[in-house]
Design a protein around this ligand. Structure first.
Ligand code: GLC
Length: 502
């Protein structure tokens, strides 16, 4: 069997608002992404995933879509999109776009019509709300002028579609076709385990985002992905789909990646695991035991950057651990999803002033939760002061960048062999050389407590999550390490790739 491109792909998430601002309005855009394609090509990624760039009132950073077939003027035009796809392809980089099928914007023409009393069945309107809470805080229901209530599992500006209405299916099939015809290589499906809600909308106890419950993970949702898969398969070029699926177990996750459904699902268990060899091993075993094609992800635009998540011990440990975790992730079978800025070692920006914050989570929780702005601060490309090449000089980016970004910019790190950026470039290049020549299967090797050793053919990957140095297993050569090694010793918070003779 030919190996599909996405099986081992390294996919780079571009949060478009925060990547590169070519138009000079302080917000990233498609032309900015296009200008930075040489950077991405040199970094060595196989594909990019673009977060929503569709017309949107931006109540949730574009995850409130008002028109599924267009480009918001903030981000450019459809011509800019087509030029970006063509140029990405000329660099050998595939393009995934984000599809948001659980809800639209409250400014979507269907919802405007629903408010006027037409086509309410495309959304979830009821005479009385149940006890469901919004994922962003507060009730999941908002009352409209005539007394009915509509369901929104996220912000009030994001009304949930009613997937029990066939018209919604037809609309999304057409939207997928629209982007497939414009050359996209696949889709990232937002809130993929949402869509259907249990019949009768019963009150619930546990409302957490990932729990299998009347709110999430209804069995009917799989029929949607079967239909989508059939459509994807009618296009040439191995078009694919990856689902944003928050589940409690690898077995639930596996339901979404059956052979006639989605190609991949994000493996959030990896991102949620604490810094622990036992925890990492369990996630790896559970994942590989459950899904035919694994994925790994450490950061995205919704979670605290992993450098900061891992910074639980001495200052500096977070970055060392982040680099070590990357080496493990890139050695595991399957594909790796990176989030813009992690290759620069960006930390979460924790001290954004309240007046700068934009995430609806901050507002819906009345400031009790910081929200996700801290991982969305615009990328530092160059220069000594904000906007660090993100926008033209003199333009303030939509979120303020901290002074610490100066040392972390792309130009500050390029050519410095000790930098995080050069480490990522080296690791991605090595992975590209190796990945198709080693077996998919992984074999565990005996390792001291606190450490993990595993092999895929001639590649052995080792990580030390403990507090004492450990001895490396027998090997011919050290291919890469996340920190300097002395002799045959692997220090704490370090990982390495070794070549061994089988
Ligand atoms: C997904 C997105 C997140 C968004 C939410 C609602 O979880 O990743 O950014 O807020 O869906 O669309």
């Amino acid at each position: 069997m030919d190996i599909p491109w996405w099986r081992d792909a390294v996919v780079y998430e571009i949060y478009v608002r925060s990547f590169a601002d070519a138009s000079g309005d302080g917000v990233g855009d498609l032309a900015g992404v296009r200008q930075r394609l040489p950077y991405l090509s040199r970094l060595g990624v196989d594909a990019i995933w673009l977060t929503p760039f569709y017309p949107s009132p931006m109540a949730d950073g574009g995850y409130d879509v008002a028109d599924y077939r267009g480009v918001d003027p903030l981000f450019g035009t459809l011509d800019d999109f087509e030029a970006l796809v063509a140029e990405a392809h000329s660099h050998g980089i595939r393009v995934l776009v984000d599809i948001v099928p659980n809800h639209s914007s409250s400014m979507h023409p269907w919802f405007r019509a629903a408010l006027a009393g037409q086509g309410r069945d495309r959304y979830v309107f009821r005479d009385r709300p149940n006890n469901w809470q919004s994922t962003f805080g507060g009730p999941a229901w908002t009352q409209v002028a005539d007394g009915q209530w509509y369901l929104h599992l996220f912000a009030p500006e994001q009304p949930d579609f009613n997937w029990r209405n066939r018209e919604v299916h037809e609309e999304f099939l057409d939207v997928l076709r629209f982007w497939l015809e414009r050359g996209v290589d696949g889709f990232r499906i937002d809130v993929a385990m949402g869509l259907y809600k249990a019949d009768g909308l019963p009150d619930v106890g546990d409302q957490s985002f990932k729990a299998l419950s009347p709110v999430w993970g209804q069995p009917e949702v799989h029929e949607v992905y079967r239909e989508w898969r059939k459509l994807l398969d009618t296009f040439p070029g191995e078009r694919m789909a990856v689902g944003e699926v928050w589940t409690d177990s690898a077995a639930d996750l596996a339901l979404y990646v059956r052979p006639d459904e989605l190609h991949q699902s994000f493996n959030f268990a990896w991102l949620q695991a604490p810094w622990s060899a036992t925890a990492f091993r369990k996630v790896i075993d559970d994942t590989l035991g459950a899904v035919p094609f694994a994925t790994w992800v450490l950061s995205n635009h919704d979670v605290v950057r992993h450098r900061t998540r891992y910074d639980t011990a001495d200052p500096g440990t977070g970055l060392a651990r982040a680099k070590a975790a990357l080496l493990v992730m890139l050695a595991l079978p399957g594909s790796a999803y990176l989030y813009q800025g992690e290759e620069l070692g960006l930390p979460e920006v924790k001290d954004l002033p309240p007046e700068a914050r934009q995430d609806p989570i901050f507002f819906q929780s009345e400031g009790k939760l910081a929200g996700r702005d801290g991982c969305r601060v615009p990328i530092p490309w160059s220069g000594d002061a904000a906007p660090y090449g993100f926008s033209p000089d003199g333009v303030a980016p939509w979120l303020p960048q901290p002074r610490t970004f100066k040392e972390l910019s792309v130009t500050a790190q390029t050519g410095d062999s000790d930098s995080t950026l050069e480490f990522y470039r080296g690791a991605l290049a090595r992975r590209r050389e190796l990945v198709r020549s080693i077996p998919y299967e992984l074999t565990w090797l005996e390792a001291p407590e606190g450490a993990l050793f595993f092999a895929r053919g001639p590649l052995t990957c080792v990580i030390n999550c403990g507090t004492d140095p450990v001895r490396l297993p027998p090997h011919d050569q050290v291919l890469l390490s996340s920190a300097a090694l002395t002799g045959d010793v692997l220090p704490p918070d370090t990982a390495a790739w070794l070549r061994t003779t089988e």
